[in-house]
Ligand binder design. Sequence first.
Ligand code: NAD
Ligand code: UGA
Length: 391
Amino acid sequence: MANNSSNGGEKTTTKPPPQPSPLRNSKFFQSNMRILVTGGAGFIGSHLVDKLMENKKNEVIVVDNFFTGSKDNLRKWIGHPRFELIRHDVTEPLLVEVDQIYHLACPASPIFYKYNPVKTIKTNVIGTLNMLGLAKRVGARILLTSTSEVYGDPLVHPQPESYWGNVNPIGVRSCYDEGKRVAETLMFDYHRQHGIEIRIARIFNTYGPRMNIDDGRVVSNFIAQALRDEPLTVQLPGTQTRSFCFVSDMVDGLIRLMEGEHTGPINIGNPGEFTMLELAETVKEEFGLASGKQDQLHRWGWGWGHLKKYGMHKIVIKHESRMKLAEGILLINPEVEIKKVENTPDDPRQRKPDITKAKELLGWEPKIKLREGLPLMEEDFRLRLGVAKKK
Ligand SMILES: NC(=O)c1ccc[n+]([C@@H]2O[C@H](COP(=O)([O-])OP(=O)(O)OC[C@H]3O[C@@H](n4cnc5c(N)ncnc54)[C@H](O)[C@@H]3O)[C@@H](O)[C@H]2O)c1
Ligand SMILES: O=C(O)[C@H]1O[C@H](OP(=O)(O)OP(=O)(O)OC[C@H]2O[C@@H](n3ccc(=O)[nH]c3=O)[C@H](O)[C@@H]2O)[C@H](O)[C@@H](O)[C@@H]1O
């Protein structure tokens, strides 16, 4: 579409979208989808690589600077003929022939992204610019893992994608929150100006195996503290809420978004909302007893829900815990303390995704509840911490 600038300057025309490489129709392309995963050595990225590699038609290239990720997360793929790992910082240009780009490179834990805020915003802005430039050059479809932090400390609850957010532009979290907002802006500008195929996922709090044990995020903190018999540190006020999505559900959502026909942004998260105090209590309950508490109670003919209804479940937990402690099969001390500690500035007070779009446009919704996901993460942490189950 031509448009005349108001001062009679040069006519500007929007270039036609780049045609996919003619090689795309070659037998080779049809037999192999080449996928770049930036940040693929990280928590979500390494689970995404596992899933992508299950498809024998996929070739996966991971680039990562190992700031928060680890080669250990990818050890089972190193040396595999359809897999390549490149140490590369996305703030530097990259040249690889690929068909799809999952752009996950960015430290996710507040402790890490606040450690070097200038680098964090460079990664989000320059890193995303470099990946968009690559997508334009090779005609690749690109997915950005954005975040619920683009809503800031939301005044609308739950958060739909149409909500523009309530973000502090100069706070200690702005490197990440505003960095991701600019990344989204760049994605849409390349889409409108150059016809790049884009996909934007707004990821909500995700947890699961392979999270960094000491990366400071709440679920990893509580589980590591519980296993080390340390107090669970609830940051004030403790009534702030989050909604937690298990990593396998998250990966499923990302792949559906990439393979689908919608640019997004689309919220991907679990609408199950908890306060931090409730989360701490859940960790205590779930880990205060080894598995089998449900069978034990059913043997007694008591339904867990029945007990909870009359508030008796806490008495049973204490009783059961003391029994199992004696039997030496307790995972943690059920009396582990919950300690309230100071919080950091601009911590959002509430967060819950409206996932209507994900359901309707991607046919996706999370399957794993928090009480099902936590034990899967506890097993991973126990093994990595070398905390043997007592029986
Ligand atoms: N986990 C969550 O709860 C969550 C929530 C919302 C959004 N996200 C987003 O999802 C993505 C992955 O998050 P995660 O939880 O796996 O985090 P993570 O920190 O485990 O993984 C990020 C990966 O990116 C790499 N990386 C960071 N900066 C880089 C750079 N400049 N160049 C190359 N590699 C770089 C890290 O080394 C790491 O391997 C991030 O973009 C994050 O913002 C995560
Ligand atoms: O889902 C999201 O979009 C965001 O979720 C997290 O950000 P945040 O929710 O701040 O993550 P946590 O550090 O896990 O904090 C969650 C809540 O737990 C509290 N918290 C944290 C740690 C702790 O030990 N105790 C505790 O109560 C925090 O104050 C906060 O209210 C991720 O770190 C971000 O990368 C991501 O973008």
